[in-house]
Design a protein around this ligand. Structure first.
Ligand SMILES: [Zn+2]
Length: 418
């Protein structure tokens, strides 16, 4: 390598949430926020020349409008789906929390986002702050990208963003392994090994079919971005009647738009899913009536923090034929986790006992340990930084024992690469 590079880890290191990495004080990779009480934002004051964004999840895009205060107008480079999702998420943050500490930007700053947005396709290099940058399909959610950055003197840095190595309904697993001297790798599920995706999907669908056959109602709490559409695709493929509610409705519409179709594995699959799902508007007690039907209801929030699930869960909870089929990891202390472990949980401020069945299916959009290790195999000669996980240091230690040059920087750490 020639000129030293500096990497500042401003968030999302040894933690999940508020991802942000600053390269040479000029190029910012992601600028997220960790939702929670209180929410958390990347540390420090940054004034980048350009921003490059890996994908449209809150923990990667949530704070971006805050970069547009005063005269600052750094271009924001991303794919079209990422731009669309970022607008939905940041608009939501402003609507819910504008004017409070929980929202790090104003209406004026958010309005500037469309002016600085620059969209790119995969495998088409572009310039950002004097670096050559290329996106590769990361297989995580529609539009998600691995970000390859080449410096003027030829050093190649790969920021994986979040990724999946297995095929999902909407996306094929990542196959891109561009040469890189330095790799910054996510490790969300480095502690998990799961059965093949197809097996999990089969068990999930069979469970839904069982409850419908017995005359019950299934509530499927799901994140609005990615997970909701995955479940809708499965319902359409297996002819299961389903409603969709919450943020997932808007996101389904967005992802099905012609401009975002090139980012899907099979656009017709999502089109069919959208056509067969019934969209809930929630007017005139519609939700209570739907909850009495022999149907599947896909709704936010994924961990039962809020959203229309707060109406559906109380409505179906007393009948043991009914089911709540959770679709992902449930963070400790969330109502979803409590329901799984104790059969009771705090739903919309009330402690409720649930007689309906509660099950969990790991329809994650992240690679598991085997997936991460297979992804990293070509990078044995590279310098690795493990980020975006709860046990980054432990995973870095495991990788070192396996011969990799791996470490796990912490938030606030600056690494100089000579
Ligand atoms: Zn993500």
């Amino acid at each position: 390598m020639g000129t030293p590079l500096t990497l500042e880890f401003l968030g999302g290191a040894r933690e999940v949430g508020r991802s942000a990495i600053l390269l040479d004080e000029t190029l910012l990779l992601d600028f997220g926020m960790a939702s929670g009480n209180p929410p958390q934002f990347p540390i420090g004051d940054v004034d980048p020349d350009a921003v490059v964004v890996s994908h449209g999840h809150l923990d990667h895009v949530g704070s971006i409008p805050a970069l547009l205060s005063g005269d600052a107008r750094p271009p924001v480079h991303w794919t079209q789906p990422t731009a669309d999702l970022a607008m939905v998420l940041t608009r939501d943050t402003l609507t819910l929390h504008g004017g409070s500490y929980d929202c790090p930007f104003t209406e004026a700053e958010l309005a500037r986002l469309t002016q600085v947005s620059v969209t790119h396709d995969y495998s088409e290099p572009f310039d950002a702050a004097g670096y050559e940058v290329t996106f590769f399909d990361a297989g995580h959610i529609p539009g998600s990208a691995h970000v390859l950055i080449e410096t003027p003197d030829g050093t190649r840095l790969l920021y994986t963003g979040d990724f999946h190595t297995e095929d999902q309904q909407l996306l094929a697993g990542t196959t891109a392994r561009p040469d890189a001297d330095v790799v910054i790798c996510e490790s969300t599920y480095a502690d998990t090994t799961r059965p093949p995706r197809a097996e999990i999907e089969r068990a999930f669908v069979e469970s839904l079919e069982q409850t419908l056959w017995e005359g019950g109602t299934v509530v499927v709490p799901a994140f609005g971005i990615g997970r909701t559409q995955e479940v809708l695709c499965l319902c359409a493929e297996h002819d299961l009647p389903c409603y969709v509610d919450g943020m997932g409705k808007r996101v389904t519409d967005l992802l099905a738009r012609p401009r975002n179709r090139p980012f899907l594995r099979d656009p017709n699959r999502l089109r069919r899913a959208k056509a067969s799902a019934r969209f809930v508007d929630g007017r005139n007690g519609q939700r209570k009536r739907i909850a009495e039907q022999n149907t599947v209801i896909v709704t936010t929030s994924g961990m039962l923090h809020g959203g229309p699930a707060m109406t559906y869960v109380p409505a179906i909870r007393t009948n043991p034929v009914n089911k709540i089929a959770l679709t992902g990891y449930q963070v400790e202390g969330t109502p979803g986790r409590d329901l799984l472990e104790t059969g009771s949980g705090e739903i919309d401020g009330r402690m409720l006992r649930v007689s309906a069945q509660v099950e969990q299916y790991d329809l994650s959009a992240h690679a598991d340990r085997n997936g991460i290790e297979s992804f990293l195999e070509p990078y044995r000669e590279s310098r690795l930084f493990v980020t975006h996980g709860d046990r980054c240091e432990a995973f870095a230690t495991t990788l070192r024992a396996d011969g990799f040059d791996a470490s796990a920087p912490s938030v606030g750490e600056t690494v100089t690469l000579e």
